[in-house]
Design a protein around this ligand. Structure first.
Ligand SMILES: Nc1ncnc2c1ncn2[C@@H]1O[C@H](COP(=O)(O)OP(=O)(O)OP(=O)(O)O)[C@@H](O)[C@H]1O
Length: 352
């Protein structure tokens, strides 16, 4: 199943929730919609599901225009947080629910529904738990039941809205690996919403980064992480430091010194972005950025150094080898080894 969204725009009253969204999911692809709260991810997922309709634009499934079709007419499975399991039904009844409410002519027999529910329970590896009530399951098991319920209608497209949102970090991690394997085994096309960049980078084939109702970048995890299209993506996907600079003669200039960083076509005020592992502590005769160490703590075999630059808000973070770790209060010179300059969008907007 391929999905193509063309020029989708959506308003709620005077508020524009989505603007000119163009997006294609290829058959078998696992796409993540990633963005901060309010960026329009859920609205976009609801439009794909047929729970919401756009003012402008079209939705195509496998080449046919289904923009006007209702949710019941689209063969989609979805796991949305607000569609919790029915508390008074057993796990098996929950899974079979979608089939049991079909019009009589299309409805499988009760025995066939039970068999299908068992098959799906086995698929999500909860084979023995069909007779339990949702309250008797762990959060992760409940999510897997919700997934089994979504699959009962034989969808070719699976939509998931923050499927692991309410779970603790460890279970979340286990379940996302499991979901990725599951997606591959079953051969679905899946789109999931998350505001957790780690989750998106770890499991998706491609990541769609959204902000303010628009798409900032679509790319593989490596593309959005290593080659962010703009300052927003750099900042949102992965950890980043940002320092105001000026760009002149093709270089980033910090307080009068030209750093060894290409200006990336920017002229005038800009911001320098780099990840904590893309800088080192240089010697006094190198060109760099002077800072004072505020905190040093071990982190996954490296040492995380937090430092402050006079007049720059927020700590600047570096990852260094344990034997190169400075001490709090020490003056250091930060030399970015891999950095990007973007035009200062906020300054640009103010000027406009
Ligand atoms: N039915 C509605 N009526 C009015 N405004 C709405 C409605 N649904 C969503 N919005 C607004 O549209 C914007 C996008 O909402 P949406 O739920 O799509 O964002 P999101 O990226 O999924 O956020 P979150 O991560 O917080 O769920 C928000 O500002 C929200 O308040």
């Amino acid at each position: 199943m391929s999905i193509r969204l063309t020029d989708i725009s959506k308003r709620f009253g005077a508020f524009t929730a989505l603007t000119d969204i163009n997006l294609t999911a290829r058959p078998g692809e696992f796409l993540a919609l990633l963005g901060p709260s309010g960026s329009g991810k859920t609205t976009l997922l609801r439009i794909i599901a047929g729970l919401e309709f756009p003012e402008r634009g079209t939705v195509h499934f496998e080449g046919s225009d289904i923009t006007g079709l209702s949710v019941a007419e689209r063969r989609i499975g979805f796991v949305f947080q607000q569609y919790a399991l029915f508390k008074h039904m057993t796990v098996a009844e929950n899974i079979g629910f979608g089939l049991s409410v079909r019009p009589r002519r299309e409805r499988p027999s009760r025995r066939a529904i039970r068999a299908r529910a068992q098959e799906l329970l086995d698929l999500v590896q909860l084979g023995d738990l069909g007779n339990r009530l949702p309250a008797q399951l762990s959060g992760g098991q409940r999510q897997r039941v919700a997934l089994a319920r979504a699959l009962a209608v034989d969808p070719t497209l699976l939509l998931l809205d923050e499927p692991f949102g309410a779970l603790d970090a460890k279970v979340r991690k286990e379940l996302r690996h499991w979901l990725r394997g599951f997606h591959d085994r079953v051969g679905l096309t899946s789109i999931f919403v998350t505001h957790d960049q780690g989750e998106a980078l770890e499991v998706a084939d491609r990541v769609v980064v959204m902000s303010n109702g628009a798409i900032e970048q679509i790319g593989t995890p490596a593309e959005v992480y290593d080659a962010p299209a703009n300052a927003f993506v750099f900042d949102f996907v992965g950890e980043s430091n940002r320092i105001p600079v000026t760009a002149a003669d093709g270089k980033a200039i910090f307080r009068g010194s030209a750093l060894d960083v290409d200006a990336n076509g920017v002229r005038g005020p800009g911001e320098l972005f780099f990840r904590p592992h893309d800088a080192r502590i240089g010697s006094v005769d190198e060109v760099g950025i002077d800072a004072i160490v505020s905190l040093v703590r071990p982190r996954e075999g490296r040492v995380r150094v937090e430092s402050a630059i006079d007049g720059v808000s927020g700590p600047i973070e570096l990852d260094v080898a344990p034997d190169a770790a400075p001490t709090p209060g020490q003056a250091i010179r930060i030399v970015p080894t891999r950095a990007r300059v973007f035009a200062d969008r906020i300054a640009g907007a103010r000027a406009a």
